[in-house]
Design a protein around this ligand. Structure first.
Ligand SMILES: [Zn+2]
Length: 397
């Protein structure tokens, strides 16, 4: 992230931080063999509560069918949230992830993020806010205030908010979350936006697939939808100190242009989830071309077969062969860290930053061009270091 890849370089780590980066091998260093050492991967968007799922909840269109399955699953599995979080942390670690942005709904407690066997990824916990009813506005605002008041501790490095999406939160709940986030310096907020074309129709017209869905699950609110637009929501998000626009699948050119003008807003692209739903092509490359910020996330096991950000990046590399791998690596590390407000701490192998890193075994020892071979099929994560400690020691393989 800071310069060209170094062949035979050495990282000097002390007290959990990178002290210096040497361009050459050093005699006193641990030789990890034919591997690539990369910054720990940052997954800015997942929902660990679904990590006990063994396969996705049949993503596909219509999108609201899948949403109904998610609601049912959440109801049926409320008691296994702590176990699911633990599973998700382990799986993330195996995929080289050292920092996660997790959306937490109900049934969780801070201790769930402490991996039972020891060292796990650090987590930014976004309390999800869900509800369209006017009676729910005050209780949700209260939940939001309480979540932000509690101190971050242990693996939880920040506590933030995620009003779920325009179709699932009352505009006043969104407004309250925006205000609370803005009052806390350095905070960021996550918001699902523009996932399908039907979401736009609901906002603008108050009709369509989403209206039928909201009526079917008994939460339709007259007067909430119609006459609203993504442009107005983007302007409101633009006032945040920092923010994550999750998905943005259906944003159009003018909206993308506006989003790109907010350098503190990051669009989070979830490649395998996007593909699983069969959405039209995602505008992430347009966002990058416009100078906007993009990060890559896994989303949850409700729509993705696993939580490995490494697998996500390999998938993106195969699907978009013209994108240099150093660009993908940046989207999977530094840009995620930036979106989570932790750029000065992690996301690159820079002296002074935390020693969060991942070790990649290279299938082809004649590995020539890191810019196009890093995410080649067969390369895999064999080690993960968090704050100078091996969570997965590559020498144990
Ligand atoms: Zn999501």
């Amino acid at each position: 992230m800071d310069g060209r890849p170094l062949e035979g370089g050495t990282l000097v780590i002390q007290d959990g931080r990178i002290i210096s980066v040497w361009e050459h091998p050093r005699g006193d260093a641990i030789d990890l063999g034919d591997v690539a050492v990369i910054p720990g991967l940052v997954n800015p968007h997942t929902h660990l509560e679904f990590s006990a799922l063994t396969e996705p909840l049949s993503p596909g269109l219509p999108f609201t069918k899948w949403l109904q399955r998610v609601i049912q699953y959440r109801r049926d599995h409320a008691d296994i949230v702590p176990e699911a979080i633990q599973r998700g942390l382990r799986e993330s670690l195996a995929g080289g992830t050292t920092l996660i942005g997790d959306i937490a709904t109900t049934g969780w407690s801070p201790g769930d993020y402490q991996l039972a066997e020891g060292h796990g990824p650090r987590v930014v916990v976004f309390q999800e806010l869900l509800g369209l009813s006017p009676e729910g506005i005050e209780p949700l605002s209260q939940l939001a205030r309480e979540h932000l008041q509690d101190d971050a501790a242990g693996p939880i490095v920040r506590r933030m908010l995620s009003p779920h999406a325009p179709y699932s939160v009352h505009p006043e709940v969104l407004e309250s979350a925006l205000q609370l986030t803005a009052q806390h310096r350095g905070r960021t907020m996550a918001f699902h936006l523009a996932e399908t074309a039907a979401e736009r129709e609901l906002l603008q017209e108050g009709t369509g697939e989403f209206r039928a869905f909201l009526e079917a699950v008994g939460v339709w609110q007259p007067g909430v939808f119609g006459g609203r637009s993504y442009s107005e929501i983007l302007e409101a998000l633009g006032d945040l100190p920092r923010g994550l626009v999750i998905h943005g699948n259906d944003l159009r050119d003018q909206e993308l242009l506006r989003l790109a003008q907010f350098p503190h807003l990051t669009m989070v692209f979830c490649p395998r989830t996007h593909a699983a739903f069969g959405h039209p092509p995602h505008p992430w490359l347009t966002m990058l071309a416009l100078g906007g910020s993009v990060a890559i996330g896994t989303d949850s096991r409700a729509s993705n077969p696993d939580l490995s950000l490494w697998n996500e990046l390999q998938f993106a590399a195969a699907r978009f062969p013209d994108v240099p791998h150093h660009t993908l690596l940046k989207l999977g590390t530094l840009n995620g860290a930036t979106a989570l407000g932790l750029r000065s701490e992690c996301g690159s192998l820079t002296p002074g930053k935390r020693a969060d890193l991942a070790v990649v075994e290279l299938r082809d020892p004649a590995f020539i061009d890191p810019n196009f071979d890093l995410f080649a099929p067969g390369n895999r994560i064999i080690g993960t270091m968090i704050g100078g400690q091996w969570a997965i020691d590559p020498r144990d393989r």
